[in-house]
Design a binder for this molecule. Sequence first.
Ligand code: GLU
Length: 488
Amino acid sequence: MKKPVRVRYAPSPTGAPHVGNIRTALFNWLFARHYGGSFIVRIEDTDVARKVEGTVETILNSLRWLGLDWDEGPEVEGKYGPYFQSQRLDLYREAAERLVSQGDAYYCYCSPQRLEEMRAEQVRRKQPPGYDRHCRNLSEQERKQKEAEGISPVVRFKAPLEGQVRFTDLIRGEVVFENNTMDDLVLLKSDGYPTYHLASVVDDHLMEISHVLRAEEWLSSTPRHLLLYQALGFEPPQFAHLPMILGSDRSKLSKRHGAVSIVEYYKQGYLPEAMVNFLTLLGWSLDDKTEIMSRQELIDNFSLERVSRTAAIFNRDKLDWMNGVYIRSLTADEFFNVAQPYLMEDKLAGEAVILDEKYVRDILPLIQERARTLTEVAELAQFFFVEELEYDANLLIAKNMSRESANQALKAGQQKLSQSEVFEVESLEAILRPLAVELGLKTGQLFGTLRVAVTGRTAAPPLFQTMAALGKERCLKRIEAAIQRFSR
Ligand code: GLU
C-alpha cells in the first residue's frame, strides 16, 4: 500500500454505542494495527437535535474497556484536529460555498411545509421519495427575492442527472449506482451545520483517511460521497462496507436479542478480551474452525479478504461459552481482581471480601471453573457465604435412598469428619469413600447427601474441594443443621 494506512471510527454521540457500532470500531482498529497505521476517533456531533449528553464519555470508555487505543482523537489530539466536528464548522461552510460558486451546489429555500407536501404527494403517486429540485434552477432574481424575504437557505448538492458511479468495495467488489436514483442531498443545513455527508467527506479528506471501513447501512451513501469527492477535487479513500449483524432469528439485532449497548456487556460481567475475540468473529474468520484467538493473533491475521459479505449472526450462547473459556484462562489472582468489583455489588459476597479475603480467594478457583460471566460469580458462590442454608430437606435424600439411610449417612459423616485433624481434599476422600462402603451406599448417594448438606444444592463444584474450602467448622455445622431438619 502506497499511502500510510489511516482509518477512523466516527461515532455520532446519540446514545451508548451498540454492538454493531463497536464492531466497526474494532475492525478499524485491527486494520490499523495490522498495517502499522493510525486509528483515529472522530466525533460526528453535528446533529444537534440528536446529541445525548454524556455519550462521548461512554463511547471513549467503551473503547478503553476493550483496549482499543486511538492514535488521534479526543484527549490525545493530533495534527489533524480538532476531532469534534462541531469545532470544524468553518471548514464545512467553506467547502459548501466553494461548491455553490463552482455550480456544483445551490441554495434551496423550500420551507419544511413545502417539503412535507411534496413528500405526501410523492407517496400518493407512488413515486420514489426525494427532493423535486424545485430550487435547482432559480434565477438570480428569484434567489435575491427569497433572501429579501429573510429565508435562511440550505445548500444542496447538484447531483448529476445521468451516468453512473462505480467503485470497488474492498469487501463487496464492484458496486454500481445510477446517478438518476440519487437525490440532491442537503450539504449544509439552514443553521450552518453540515449534514453527515458533507462533514464526512471533508474530514475524511482533510484527515487523510486512506480506508473507510463502515457498516453496510452506509453503502448507499458512498456513491453520493464519491460524487462529492469528485466535485471538490479530492482523491477519495478506499471503501469497505462491513456486513450487518443479525440476531439468532435473523432479524436486525435489537433489544429483543438482549443487550445491544456495549456498556451492558461490562455490567453483565463479560471480559474485554472475550468480547474482542467474539466481536471480531462477527463477520471475520481465520478459517472455518478457529474460535479462540488472542488479541495479538487477531491483529496478526486480520484482513479484509476474510471479512464475509453475508450478515453475521450474534449468538449469545457462543459469547457465554467464549467468556467462560477466557475466565478459566485467568490465573487465580487475575480472576480475583476482575471478579472483585462484581462481588462487591452483592451484599454477602462483598462482606466476605472485606472480612475474610483469604477465604474468598480460596473458594474462587472453584467458581472460576463454572462461571460464564462475572456477574454469575457471586450467585454461584453464594452458599459459601450464607450463615444458614435454605433448601428443601427432601433433597438430602439422594437417589434410591430412604430418609432413614440419608439421616444415618449424615450422622456417620459427622462423626468421621469431626475426628479428622486435617481437612483437605485427599484426607476427605480417604475418609468418605470407605465410609460409603461401610454404610452400604453408592458413593454417589453418600456424596449427594453431603453435597446438599454443605451447599444446599444438588449441583455444586466438586465435593471434596468444596468441603476443604468451606473448612471443618462450617461443614460440621451444616451437617448438624441437616440432621436437625430430619428430626423436625
Ligand atoms: N457518524 C456515522 C455513524 O455514526 C459514521 C458513518 C461513517 O463511518 O461514515 O455511524
